[in-house]
Design a protein around this ligand. Structure first.
Ligand code: LMR
Ligand code: MN
Length: 431
């Protein structure tokens, strides 16, 4: 029979305990042989197979080996599929397996694992919450939203579900409901709720719904909790040591040469852009990050993430010029683009994603000064001048108004922050 005698059971328990002790002490190879020994005499012991999976998982971390990690996943899977697996262990194995898939970038596999877990545990909010996360990773926002709605129907006070539900609603444009759930979730202080992106979007949603005083409080709290560098500097992909302030001189930014070149060639750049506007208006694309409140704002991108874009060759002179600026065209955390803004445009206050770049604006067609087109960065307003470069750090909150009588055209050139090292330039993940 499958039943173990009392004696056999005692031995098994002792061996399992021994394996667990070794795991705690990070003696992975010894733990592995203990669990393998148990498995050889009890091939369907859920705890032993789980122990083996855990040992391999730990070993993969010690040796930084994805091969061993993938090996461990087979055993988590075995645990999940054992008919005699205790529910608690099954849940644990499923959650770890899914998390490890995400770590490996195997996002679809994470979804599959969690979907299967949710079939066994249809009202388990831990599993449903992670299923939602995995749906977000694969870009299936609709399914994620449904999952979080379900969690909230089971447990209306689930903070993790609240922040995610709010995040989904907010980014879909429902600022009022988005703010409502984001706020509840953040205030719950539950695990997984104290993240920069939730504070970021809550503040934005509050600001856009006439609650800027509350937005300001959230930004201050985010800064106090270390999620933002300051209430104004809310980029989320940062190198911490970088010196930061809103506006920069060319000397501070170490771009004297670039500025000289851009300012001496500005008419050529302007004429090339105006020509494209005349003959191929369609190359200018509407801003699509939902940063715009009102109006008409279009961009033509030459470089993004350090890569020339397909339309770069339509402006050969400008492209040749910037191709001699490695800290600009090679800035994998920035872009080079023309930006045209029509009268009647307001861009919501927003912050860029990273503090690793500085943003140059070369004025090309600027409505006469003092007539309603300006940029606010942190607590200072500036305007543009034709043929002149303005430099700011767009990781600080900035906002644009275009209420002049005619259009405004600039060239935006992002450059590496001067404190970024050559090694970082090569290794930072592109944004
Ligand atoms: C921004 O970088 O958000 C704006 O300054 C862009 C623009 O065209 O003014
Ligand atoms: Mn911006």
């Amino acid at each position: 029979s499958n039943q173990l005698s009392l004696e056999q059971n005692k031995t098994l328990l002792k061996q399992l305990q021994e394996g667990d002790e070794l795991l705690k002490k990070k003696k992975v190879n010894e733990a592995l042989s203990v669990f393998e020994k148990i498995i050889s005499s009890n091939p369907s012991s859920p705890s032993a197979i789980f122990g083996k999976a855990e040992a391999l998982n730990q070993k993969s971390l010690q040796q930084r080996s994805n091969k061993i990690l993938i090996e461990s996943l087979k055993f988590y899977d075995q645990v999940i599929n054992l008919p005699n697996c205790p529910k608690k262990l099954k849940k644990k194995a499923g959650l770890i397996k899914a998390e490890r898939h995400i770590f490996l970038g195997q996002l679809k596999e994470a979804v599959i694992t969690l979907k299967k877990m949710a079939e066994t545990f249809p009202r388990d909010t831990d599993i449903l919450n992670q299923l939602g996360v995995s749906y977000l990773y694969v870009g299936n926002t609709e399914k994620a939203q449904k999952v979080y709605a379900k969690v909230l129907s089971i447990d209306p006070d689930n903070g993790f579900a609240q922040v995610h539900f709010g995040f989904i609603l907010k980014t879909a444009g429902d600022w009022i409901k988005g703010a409502y759930y984001l706020k509840l979730g953040i205030e719950s202080m539950a695990e997984g709720t104290q993240e920069g992106k939730f504070y970021f979007h809550l503040g934005d949603a509050l600001h856009r719904t006439n609650r800027s005083t509350e937005a300001d409080e959230i930004y201050k709290l985010g800064a106090k909790n270390g999620l933002f560098k300051s209430k104004y500097q809310r980029s989320l992909y940062n190198v911490n040591r970088l010196q930061s302030h809103p506006f920069w001189t060319p000397a501070e930014a170490k771009v004297n040469n670039y500025v000289k070149t851009l300012e001496s060639k500005w008419k050529m750049i302007r004429d090339e852009a105006l020509n494209v506007m005349d003959v191929e208006k369609g190359l200018f694309i509407s801003e699509e990050e939902s940063l715009k409140d009102t109006g008409d704002w279009k961009q033509l991108t030459l470089y993004a993430r350090g890569q020339p874009q397909k339309d770069c060759k339509r402006l050969p002179k400008t492209c040749a010029l910037v191709s001699k600026m490695p800290n600009a065209h090679g800035c994998t955390r920035g872009q080079i683009k023309f930006s045209i803004m029509m009268p009647g445009t307001h861009v919501w206050p927003h912050t860029g994603p990273t503090n690793c770049r500085l943003r140059m604006h070369l004025g090309l067609v600027i409505p006469k000064t003092g007539q309603g087109a300006w940029l606010r960065c942190a607590d200072q307003n500036r305007t543009w001048e034709e043929g002149k470069v303005l430099i700011f750090d767009d990781s600080f909150e900035h906002e644009v108004w275009q209420n002049a009588e005619s259009f405004r055209l600039i060239l935006i050139v992002d450059v590496w922050h001067p404190d970024i090292t050559e090694h970082e330039k090569k290794t930072l993940s592109p944004i």
